[in-house]
Design a protein around this ligand. Structure first.
Ligand code: PLP
Length: 371
């Protein structure tokens, strides 16, 4: 029976050649030249001066927050609807996460709701481009600027996307990316912090590398971490970056085929193709069952799975996470859009090797599973 995975990374470029070159050179740690080459090339692709590679996107978030000076007593605005990494990174810095609900149509954090949650202690706003659709980053940037707050931009789901004519990842004082295996560019595990500020870049480099001393290497002024990326991973990343435009093109093609075949199913809400300032790059193609759909999401997903179509649930909202409730966080706060998306949303296969027949197959299975 045909089995369609939710995603499979593809390695159709120079991955093997660069990894081979890396191994032959003997320089496989973060000291190897491929790490710097990948950092420079990636930073340039997003129009930023400095790239600091790390072992994953979660570490990149923590590094960005720490280097921005976020710590005990500070509040950081984060989306209620996102991956746990955002809220976790704020907590690891000793700061307090403050949640904001999403816009019902874009699924991104709602800028007007952000304004309502600012206090004298708000130190930073963490903007996330959800599922490949850029957030209203100009609104968030001007809000941050008007209050002297730091704008952090999480573009882990928006490789290759542009907003207001500029690359996503070029707006934040610090921006972060992930190169996990299901991201648009992958190094297996990996991440990057980008910034134009040389001082922040230096702090990131130091903290990522155990804060080794300047004069005596093994005398440490601060407590750092080892978040380094190996040159082997960077070699893969450099090759992946060369293919990013093709990845974006293929994902948009998949999305357009899905859209043609699914727009007649009126119990389904499809992701927005564009906003007034950006076009979706479809990290994933998320669908939401509308109120009154004949079956609950778990049923639909189970039936799809039986038919050979893999799907994933949407994120679970931060205020409903058992781990944060046990920590006494978020009390009985409510974020109705995040709650509804979590209960009704899931995403469809987005492999770059999907054929038109595969997409027909998924869409037929989906319309049967829903009815
Ligand atoms: C994937 C992701 C991360 C975390 O990246 P990892 O490399 O898995 O640690 C952070 N933020 C967002 C928005 C993500 O989608």
């Amino acid at each position: 029976m045909r089995q369609i995975p939710v995603y499979t990374p593809s390695f159709t470029g120079n991955e093997l050649a660069y990894v081979t070159e890396c191994i032959r050179s003997g320089w496989i740690s973060a000291e190897g030249p491929f790490t710097g080459r990948f950092e420079d090339a990636f930073a340039r692709s997003v129009s930023r001066a400095h790239g600091i590679s790390v072992c994953n996107g979660t570490a990149a978030l923590e590094l960005a927050l720490r280097s921005a000076g976020v710590g005990a007593g500070d509040e950081v605005i984060v989306p209620a609807f996102s991956i746990v990494s955002c809220t976790a990174a704020v907590l690891r810095c000793g700061a307090t996460p403050v949640l904001v609900d999403s816009d019902a149509r874009t699924w991104n954090m709602h800028p007007e709701l952000v304004a309502e949650r600012l206090t004298a202690r708000t130190k930073a706003v963490l903007a996330v481009h959800t599922y490949g659709l850029p957030a209203d980053i100009e609104a968030l940037a001007s809000l941050a600027a008007s209050r002297g707050m730091v704008l952090l931009e999480d573009a882990a789901e928006a490789h290759g996307a542009r907003a207001f004519g500029q690359p996503c990842g070029s707006f934040g004082t610090l921006s972060v990316f992930s190169f996990y295996a299901n991201k648009a560019i992958t190094t297996g595990e990996g991440g990057m912090v980008l910034t134009n500020d040389p001082l922040l870049a230096e702090r990131c480099r130091s903290f990522r590398n155990l804060c080794f001393g300047d004069r005596h290497r093994f005398r440490h002024e601060e407590l750092g971490n080892n978040f380094r990326m190996s040159a082997l991973s960077a070699a893969v990343g450099l090759a992946q970056l060369e293919k990013l435009e093709e990845v974006t093109r293929l994902k948009r093609r998949n999305a357009s085929l899905y859209r043609q075949r699914l727009s007649a199913l009126d119990v389904l809400e499809l992701p927005l193709e564009r906003t007034s300032f950006a076009e979706n790059v479809y990290w994933v193609f998320g669908v939401v069952l509308k109120e009154g759909a004949p079956r609950p999401v778990e049923d639909v997903r189970k039936r799809l799975s039986t038919a050979g179509v893999a799907t994933r649930q949407f994120f679970w909202p931060m205020h409903e996470q058992p781990v944060f409730q046990k920590m006494g966080l978020f009390g009985d706060e409510q974020y109705p859009v995040a709650e509804s998306l979590a209960r009704r949303g899931f995403y469809l296969p987005m492999g770059l090797d999907l054929t038109e027949e595969d997409i027909d197959f998924v869409c037929n299975a989906l319309s049967e599973a829903i009815s």
